[in-house]
Write a protein that binds this ligand. Sequence first.
Ligand code: NAD
Ligand code: ZN
Length: 255
Amino acid sequence: MNALIEKAARDIVDAGRVVALTGAGISVESGIPPFRGKGGLWEKFDPMEVGHISALLRDPVKVWNALFLELGRKLKSAEPNAAHICLAGLERRGKLGTVITQNIDGLHQKAGSTDVIEFHGTFAWQRCMVCDIRVPSETLDLSRIPPRCDCGGVYRPDCVLFGERIPPGDLQRAEAVAARCDLLLVTGTSAVVQPAAMIPFVARDNGARVIEINTEQTPLTGRVSDYLIRGQAGKVLSAIVDALDRISEKAGYKR
Ligand code: NAD
Ligand code: ZN
């Protein structure tokens, strides 16, 4: 593991353009459970089913009670962890460009990252399903479920549910950024949800190095990624940033 940490730090120092792709695993140390893998979210039901647009259209009360209220509570109290802070720190050092995230928790921005593509939208805003008006989540009146807009329409989080399309602009920008990068840092994603799972392929097919940070192997491991650093995102990224600072100091680079 130590050799891989050093290698990753060196690869980041040597790369021109570094991009990060993050998933639910990066927020686990902030107390937000992922959907898959150990400790997966809400063992009582299948988020793929309850989080599907057809479920929301069929039974908004059920989806609000089972999923959105619970998710909202978890997200409200969540703070960025060492992994989000390290990525923001890499940006400050001029070593990381865009963060493409599948997460809807806003923790990259809260940690200080300024160039974030929220591929699956955000839970910070709600959208009326009839008139499309957007309001900040914290202003919602949750005394009645589902919460409703003045027009009578049901509010829903402004994120991409299963069965919905990624906003085309975000998809295009993410693909363009991935196609141009020299190194893609894939952190805390099982890389099975399409089309986000394509991003590592786009990077690799354009000659980028792909490094994975994950507690488990993924479908990318040994096939698309050059190497996997196995461990918790916060610990691994902290160690990489420490190693990168040592390398930079030795080389006389400015932080
Ligand atoms: P996922 O739930 O499919 O997989 C999470 C991955 O993170 C797994 O590969 C797991 O091994 C890994 N992991 C778990 N703990 C880790 C840790 N401490 N450090 C590093 N890796 C760790 O997540 P996904 O691939 O992002 O897809 C699920 C979808 O559900 C996402 O697209 C996202 O929109 C949504 N989601 C978002 C949040 C959030 O905003 N925080 C939380 C749950 C689900
Ligand atoms: Zn409305």
